[in-house]
Design a protein around this ligand. Structure first.
Ligand code: COI
Length: 377
């Protein structure tokens, strides 16, 4: 039998995937007025749709009970493994409403593949690409009225999986739950798309060699929170981590990858060393920049070299990227012994050009020449 994913864009392929899910409509959905008010100008990640997708797993039965059900609290036994040992992974992707009303998502197969890699690293069960894409498609179709339209607006999808067995022994859980929740969002940073300031953290690392840095698991984000607070205490919006082994090389921000634009037009980004998350936006930007004729180099970038480049003008722009933040200019880079303004504190030209190009593809304003979009509804 052909995989339903073989013909990605055919409506029947999507029907096959959605058909796996039992749709159990909420008996208390928001009214049209409530929904409109909720999606008007939401603060990132604070408003959720009427439903969630869910699949349960046990070592004995495998994946079962695919359903779309009312969004609501989970009941957890206090001994549930995830609460003790953080056996949990997640993803982030977005659904975009195009001008003709259709709804699309961006490279979901890449998120599904990363989810499988994260599951492997966290000793969680592997979810098939069909279940990953079927779950987001079924949820978005059920809550399609919640997909906002307009500049910077999208429905942020958050698939996640956690160890649900009530058991205090330290071993992989024999039970797991996979869910997808959806949240209408505007820009990730309050204040819209404007340059952010970054604090370079020297004491704490995000992840080390052989650790979980390349997996999208909650623990990586938990370890970024104290440094993030310290960044804010220094007047910065985000933290940038250095490698744990030498403390000299750029890694990534709390939840975003980082790019450096040089005056000769080349662009650099930290290479994937095993402790950096392989961002879907990161790889898309590498492709878009290469298409524009820029040389893009993935390599180890020493902080000292970056600082010297900012000082002598050979570094002209620095930007961050991720699903939530899209492409965000970095206007200031500060640390215990330096405080540099980049691009005059404004948004770099190439940064904004690549941002525009990416969002134009995602929202259907530009041709999808790489076949990155998948129709959801
Ligand atoms: C994303 O960009 O989707 C992320 O996961 C970053 C953050 C919201 C955790």
């Amino acid at each position: 039998m052909n995989s339903p994913l073989a013909a990605q864009h055919s409506p029947s392929a999507s029907e096959d995937l959605v058909g796996l899910f039992d749709i159990r409509p909420s008996d208390a959905p928001a009214s049209a007025e409530e929904r409109q008010a909720a999606i008007a100008a939401p603060k990132f990640g604070t408003v959720f749709t009427d439903h969630m997708a869910r699949i349960s797993w046990s070592a004995q039965d495998g994946w079962k009970d695919r359903r779309i059900e009312r969004y609501g609290p989970l009941q957890l036994d206090p001994a549930t493994a995830v609460l003790h040992y953080a056996q949990e992974i997640f993803e982030g992707l977005k659904a975009y409403r195009h001008e003709d009303g259709s709804v699309w998502t961006f490279r979901p197969e890449a998120n599904a593949a990363r989810f499988a890699r994260s599951a492997h690293r966290l000793a969680l069960p592997s979810l098939s690409v069909e279940d990953f894409i079927g779950s987001i498609t079924a949820l978005v179709r059920t809550d399609v009225e919640w997909v906002p339209s307009g500049e910077e607006a999208s429905l942020y999808l958050r698939p996640f999986m956690y160890a649900s067995e009530p058991f205090l022994g330290v071993r992989p859980s024999l039970e797991a739950e996979y869910l997808v929740i959806a949240s209408p969002v505007g820009p990730y940073f309050a204040g819209g798309v404007k340059p952010v300031s970054i604090w370079v953290e020297r004491e704490f690392s995000r992840a080390g060699a052989g650790g979980t840095g390349a997996a999208k698991c909650g623990g990586n984000y938990a370890s970024s929170l104290l440094p993030q607070v310290r960044a804010q205490e220094h007047g910065c919006e985000q933290v940038c981590f250095l490698d744990a082994s030498t403390g000299t090389l750029l890694e990534e921000l709390g939840g975003m990858n980082v790019f450096v634009v040089k005056s000769d037009g080349s662009v650099e980004t930290p290479e994937l060393t095993g402790s950096i998350l392989e961002g879907v936006t990161r790889s898309s930007i590498i492709q878009l920049l290469s298409d524009r004729g820029h040389t893009v180099v993935e390599r180890r970038i020493p902080l000292d070299e970056l600082l010297a480049g900012i000082e002598d003008g050979s570094v002209t722009e620095v930007f961050a990227c991720g699903t939530a933040a899209v492409v965000t200019p970095i206007g200031r880079l500060a640390g215990s012994s330096f405080d540099h303004t980049i691009s005059g504190g404004g948004a770099g030209e190439l940064t904004m050009a690549v941002r525009g190009e990416l969002t134009d593809i995602q929202t259907g304003r530009a041709a999808d020449r790489h076949g990155w979009l998948r129709r959801l509804a």
